[in-house]
Write a protein that binds this ligand. Sequence first.
Ligand code: GLP
Length: 265
Amino acid sequence: MQVIIMPTKADASELAAQIIAKRVRKFADSVIGLATGQTMERLYARLAQKHQEEGLDFSLVRTYNLDEYIGIEPNDPNSYRSYMNELLFNRVNIDLRNTHLPLGMAEDLDRECHLYERSISTNGGIDLQLLGIGKTGHIGFNEPLSALKSRTRAKALTPTTIASNSPLFKNPEAMPKRAITMGVGTILEAKSILMLVTGESKAEILAKAVEGPVTSMVSGSALQLHENCTVIVDAGAGKLLQGKDYYNWIFQNEPEWEEFRGIKG
Ligand code: GLP
């Protein structure tokens, strides 16, 4: 795992956008795993801007989102499908048929989860999986005690997650209490992982995920098992990390990061 601590949220989002853009420029038909949440808003705005200003080409890119709420229609303003269409897909030249989210309205949820997994493997697996982290340590909606080998499935949300996300709903009571999410095992199969975490409110859970023991109580800690995982944080989220100086030294000195040094958001 490589942790990169950027001064501000804007700088962290810009670095994440440049890493994704580099991948898409090199491999036009990349399969990218996408995440939702407030943390990703600026990153998606930067990707859309790179499309508009630099011609970043999404025409062959295929995407798989981590999760979707159960029981809301894709065109509901609070669905993750609406979030993605609004913040990214409608702003770039991606073919909507190449964008995938689990269907939260599926009658047979087990079948939907199975089909989602099958679609990911049929497309050759995920090349680069983008992740945020929730206050409970969840990646996707893998709440505490999600098996480290779990696959895409329906998952009940914790009261902490409901309290974090319900204010985003017009009627907070209407927030679903369950979601379909890729499993921790599904996420770990991505060829590379890029996690973006910003804000002091995430400092404690980030330190647990990155430097604490690997435990299903903090799904994000499973990323320690992945051989190609980069975690980009701002100073606020990185505040409690013990190894800060070492992580900074690597970013400033290892050749693989040279092209990304000095990035400003
Ligand atoms: C959401 C998503 C996660 C996301 C996390 C953090 O509910 N299911 O994929 O990483 O919770 O969200 P935010 O960026 O709004 O803090």
